[in-house]
Design a protein around this ligand. Structure first.
Ligand code: SF4
Length: 615
């Protein structure tokens, strides 16, 4: 194996933030390579600061490295200046731990958290000197695997990825890597290794299928090219989080990163059933980690890292069944040591106020409400269980206790939305300011609006997205009406990026060509970043490869038509999606599973702790 350290000594002084590329952090794992060891390059295809903030990477890094014969090393996408220097000096993309060129590793794995990161997969492959297309790679190239939230529809990357892992990585990844190690020791060829990999639950091999379309270009089906491939791939589940290990020590970054604090996942899944939310469907059922173990992990991570803040992770913090005792235990440890606790997605009630007040003292950070829609009618359509009564009661108390700002999150372009719903956003903001005025308080309302993107495997998967023009018009409508309200600020997202996100989210494998064109011909990369995003280049790439973005993003789909992402089964039944979609259009809500099972179908595959059944 070679090592690029010498060349790095030359180029690192020339690039911004060289610490992104040097490794050697506290708890970084260095192993002695051995002929029977499998070398795994684990890539987060974005910058170090973003990738190092992702808890899943820390978790999988720890679990893989616990295995004696597996070595997991990290890789991040090089920023533009670094990529330029690497090309000039003939340096291929390398692992941070041993500075080994990635192309010399056995397996290169990508974790894909958002669709606009797809061209960065191509960037990393190119910088690594690995052919982009699976079909053009040799036996000497690493096997390319991918997982993460995007694995529920990775068809737009089907031509580039050898193995997709769908589900909870804790159990799958080590199994798959160990299997590949054994296969390599036996001298198996890549094609045979891929066949063997099918024995790991949740494995999808895109090259084992081809897609068929009708005469109008509509997707019809995945046709098997390999008889061993399953008709549908069922996502793999960890049925009890307490049965899988969690790192007691984490990698401590060398430079400031986006979320710079140890994080403990307290539970996975969500019972609330928001109809736009992909994570809410893909990570069912709710599985909780035991309180004692959470506290133990938190103490150990804090002690080891010396961090001044701890974060607890979940989709809805207050829904943790032992939340109050947990919060009190964490406070008992953290407060005397001046360690802050971040509790995202916290539902504000008296207890939450008490703990926030104790933790934040006189320096109150802003409150946030993910209202998502401006009227109760539309909140019922999307099944967002938050009422104005709750918002006003909370803010009334918050203002009395010294809070000076609130952040309100909304989405526009939601199904059945009218301008009355937009007026609801304006009206809510104005009334909050009136409340502050009536109490003689200084207060700010920060309105943040994103664009609705229909995601596969959600109740709204068939919904047509607004056009860019419709989004723009709505943003200006809101801007014009919010601007005159003193104390209210307004932030919104670019509409073209949202359209592209919908195209990739609902796309099929015909988009692989578009990815290649956008990346190779027009230099598209880092598409999730606002700066440098190339709208015109994407327009050209889509047009040149014959992709009609209307087909993928703007069409309302028929629930009875087959969709390319249905090759993956996340466990939630088609009948549930259809039933809940009809209820949405009638503005009927579906209760939280904690109030009774709603029959989503997940309990056909795993025991559901909410309803206690496996049907
Ligand atoms: S099986 Fe029932 S209780 Fe369990 S997640 Fe689905 S709807 Fe909720």
């Amino acid at each position: 194996m070679s090592n690029v350290q010498k060349q790095l000594d030359k180029i690192l002084p020339l690039v911004e933030k060289p610490a992104r590329y040097i490794g050697g952090e506290l708890n970084c794992v260095i192993k002695e390579p051995a002929p029977d060891m499998l070398r795994f390059a684990f890539c987060f295809p974005d910058t170090y600061e973003i990738g190092m903030s992702y808890v899943g990477m820390q978790l999988l890094y720890y679990l893989v490295n616990k295995e004696e014969k597996l070595w997991c090393e990290r890789v991040f996408a090089p920023a533009e200046d670094m990529a330029e220097q690497m090309q000039k000096n003939g340096v291929f993309l390398f692992t941070l731990e041993s500075k080994t060129p990635v192309r010399e590793c056995d397996v290169l794995g990508f974790t894909l958290q958002y669709e606009l990161g797809y061209t960065n997969v191509l960037l990393c492959l190119k910088e690594a000197g690995i052919p982009l297309l699976s079909s053009e790679r040799s036996e000497d190239d690493p096997i390319i695997i991918a997982g993460g939230p995007c694995s529920f529809n990775l068809e737009p990357l089907a031509d580039f990825i050898d193995i997709v892992l769908v589900g909870d990585g804790e159990t799958q990844l080590v199994k798959l890597l160990e299997l590949i190690r054994q296969c390599k020791l036996k001298g198996l060829k890549k094609k045979d290794i891929l066949e063997e990999a099918l024995s790991v639950p949740g494995v999808y091999i895109p090259s084992f299928y081809e897609c068929e379309y009708d005469e109008n270009g509509r997707y019809l089906r995945h046709r098997k090219l390999n008889e061993k491939a399953p008709g549908r791939v069922l996502r793999d589940f960890v049925s009890d989080l307490n049965d899988v290990d969690y790192p007691d020590k984490t990698l401590v970054p060398l430079i400031e990163i986006v979320h710079d604090r140890p994080s403990v996942e307290i539970f996975r899944g969500c019972t609330r059933g928001c109809r736009f939310c992909q994570a809410g469907m893909n990570y069912r059922p709710v599985r909780e980690r035991k309180k004692e173990r959470i506290v133990e992990i938190a103490k150990s991570q804090l002690l080891d890292s010396g961090a001044g803040e701890l974060s607890v992770l979940s989709l809805s913090t207050s829904d943790y069944s032992d939340f109050e005792p947990l919060a009190l235990d964490l406070m008992d440890y953290c407060l005397p040591r001046q360690i802050g606790i971040s509790l995202p997605s916290l539902r504000m009630d008296n207890f939450a106020f008490r703990i926030l007040d104790e933790m934040q003292g006189v320096r109150k950070s802003g409150l946030t409400f993910a209202c998502e829609a401006g009227t109760q009618r539309l909140r019922d359509v999307i099944n967002k269980n938050i009422t104005e009564d709750h918002i006003f009661k909370t803010l009334d108390q918050a203002m009395d206790m010294g809070w000076q700002s609130v952040k309100l999150y909304f989405m526009i372009g939601l199904p059945t939305e009218t301008y009355e719903d937009l007026d609801g956003i304006v009206d809510l903001s104005a009334r909050i300011m009136q409340l502050a005025k009536s109490k003689g308080k200084r207060f700010n309302v920060n309105v943040s609006v994103s664009n609705f993107v229909p995601k596969p495997q959600t109740v709204f998967q068939w919904v047509a997205q607004n056009t860019s023009e419709e989004f723009e018009k709505k943003h200006f409508y809101l801007k014009d009406r919010l601007r005159p309200i003193k104390g209210v600020s307004y932030k919104y997202h670019g509409s073209y990026q949202s359209k592209l996100e919908a195209v990739f989210a609902r796309g099929d494998r015909r988009l692989c060509k578009t990815m290649l064109t956008a990346f190779e011909k027009y230099g598209c990369r880092f598409d999730a970043w606002t700066e440098g995003f190339k709208e015109e280049a994407w327009e050209k790439a889509l047009a040149e490869t014959g992709i009609d973005d209307t087909y993928f993003a703007l069409n309302e789909l028929d629930p009875s038509d087959p969709q390319p992402w249905e090759i993956i089964d996340n466990g939630v039944s088609h009948e549930f999606y259809v039933r809940d979609y009809k209820k949405a259009l009638a503005a009927e809500t579906t209760p939280d599973c904690r109030q009774g099972c709603q029959g989503c179908g997940i309990n056909q595959h795993t025991e559901c702790p909410m309803c206690g059944s496996l049907s």
